[in-house]
Design a binder for this molecule. Structure first.
Ligand SMILES: [Mg+2]
Ligand SMILES: [Zn+2]
Length: 205
């Protein structure tokens, strides 16, 4: 599978297997640690959460494709440039590949929150970009996140929201937002175990 990103033509993922299962992951606070009080601005600051790299490898071993959807407003705020973001993602991909994991694509929103773009979660633009690039619907696909905006984007796009308690996940108030029935796990490793046990959720026939 050839990696893709949002700046490449969406011709990549030939639908060799239209019924392929996909899992969507937020990046910061789900795969890697947050940088407290700041953003991930350099490759050295990208530090995986224990168990997350292995969890992504388990998805691959099960034949499930993994896509990352990440808000990177540090770009719009002038704190981070695209080449540096690419080098951060190179570190991410190399770390995963060493463990037997693989990422089909990383879709990011580079905008400042004030820009009112369509791609910043909780909007669904990143999910739609992924669907266009993959050539398939992501309806029903699990989307694992640590913030309310991840869960809301999943809801709006028809994906299956899953909350992890890593990153900012402990401060998400599900009940106050009408989301009390959302599946919640301690970390990505536990969430992936649950996804792998559920053989019926996605895709739907
Ligand atoms: Mg996050
Ligand atoms: Zn955006």
């Amino acid at each position: 599978m050839k990696p893709i990103d949002r700046h490449q033509a969406p011709s990549v993922q030939a639908p060799e297997s239209p019924a392929r299962r996909w899992v969507l992951l937020d990046r910061d606070g789900v795969i890697n640690q947050e940088n407290p009080g700041s953003y991930i601005l350099e490759p050295d600051q990208w530090i995986p959460i224990p168990g997350s790299v292995e969890a992504i490898a388990r998805l691959r071993a099960a034949g499930i494709g993994v896509v990352i959807l990440t808000n990177q407003s540090a770009i719009g705020r002038g704190l981070l440039d695209l080449p540096t973001l690419e080098s951060i993602h190179l570190r991410l991909k190399r770390t995963l590949e060493k463990a037997g994991g693989e990422i089909a694509g990383i879709f990011f929103c580079p905008h400042h929150p004030d820009e009112g773009c369509e791609c910043r979660k909780p909007n669904v633009g990143l999910i739609r970009q992924a669907e266009a690039a993959l050539g398939c619907s992501l309806h029903g696909a699990p989307l694992v996140g640590d913030q309310l905006s991840d869960l809301q984007a999943a809801r709006r796009a028809g994906c299956r929201p899953i909350l992890v308690r890593t990153g900012r996940g402990n401060s998400v108030a599900l009940k106050e937002n009408g989301l009390e029935e959302i599946a919640t796990y301690e970390n990505l490793s536990e969430a992936v175990s649950a996804i792998l046990e559920d053989t019926t959720a996605h895709p739907k026939p």
